[in-house]
Design a protein around this ligand. Sequence first.
Ligand code: NIG
Ligand code: FE
Length: 411
Amino acid sequence: MPILITNIKELLQIRESGITKLSGAEMAQLPLINNAWLHLDGDIIKGFGTMDTCPTLPNAQLIDATGKTVLPAWCDSHTHIVYAGNREQEFVDRINGLSYEEIANRGGGILNSAKKLNETTEDDLFAQSKLRLEEVMQQGTGAVEIKSGYGLTVDGELKMLRVIKRLREAYPIAIKATFLGAHAFPKEFKEDHSGYIDLIVNEMLPAIAEEKLADYIDAFCETGYFSVAETERIMDAGKKYGLRAKIHVNQFTAIDGIAACVKHDALSVDHLEIVTDEDIEALKNSNTMPVALPTCSFFISIPYTPARKMLDAGLPLALATDFNPGTTPSGNMNLVVATACIKMKMTPEEAINAATLNGAYAMRLSNSHGSITVGKSASIIITKPLTSYYQLPYAFGSNLIDTVIIEGQII
Ligand code: NIG
Ligand code: FE
């Protein structure tokens, strides 16, 4: 049934079609209409305007949004929602003084999650993961990228990607899948990096391509993980199968990985807690979207991405959760937006742009998601009554969401 939402106090993020990403300067503006209506027809936005032009639609379900804000559903371009078990013990170990690196060196971290994942059946993994997907949909996420990377074996990586495919089939939310076989070196390949990359290139990638299980390819380009040269080999291999790169880079150290990603026309570079002037120069005038993950910085107490410096240099920026068991056990985009404002000094307008349209770009979904545009996906958030949208980041601990609609379905 069509849906007509009336008396919307603020309808946010109105954009012409064809705008696929926003630069730092453009992100300062968040176009809106006060006292608006919005018509959703099936899974698309059919029309909107001010209340004096509101159509009469006898067959539509009416939603009165008096006092409420409506905005596009969040576009979370970086998650690891599919995982087995959790890492609560490492959380407590960190409280007691160990660092993320020390825990990883003891066999914890990614290898700990990989062990659990390989001991978990596909059905169990699906059952655990779907609860998290349902939770983030309730929290207003309408498009999401999900990575593999806790298998680190042919079977484990395929299992994860098959679960992502099942999630896509079971839920209305748009899902993009990213193959992250290059997340860490398994113990048996610690001294044989090229052996593990051979396994990724010669066995994992062909099997994944055969089943059409991935849209993108990722690697953890970091000191102690995948070097820049190793990451380039992964990006080259992905390209042969039409998988564009979305790369974990500059989380702990800057090793010139960003320039290499730009050279390979990566769709996004993600984390960026440590950013040099050279990194900023490399990103200028590129097609590569920088993605910040502020709740990861919050959870493991590392620096925040220098968003101000990047935006003031004119770069675009997207925000995502990084939902994963080790560094960000939260998929709450509302908290990401608030943290970006509070800790990274992004304005509410910049943060909302980063979490909607630019997030959609980082999944190649900005032709269909991320703004209120006729013909785009009917995926929106209706808030509780707000004094203004500033309340979204301001009242950071409150649940301000009243209703979430994804692809025309009330969640
Ligand atoms: O994005 N940095 C690499 N990967 C994940 C964390 C993985 C883990 O600790 O399980 C991240 O933060
Ligand atoms: Fe990540």
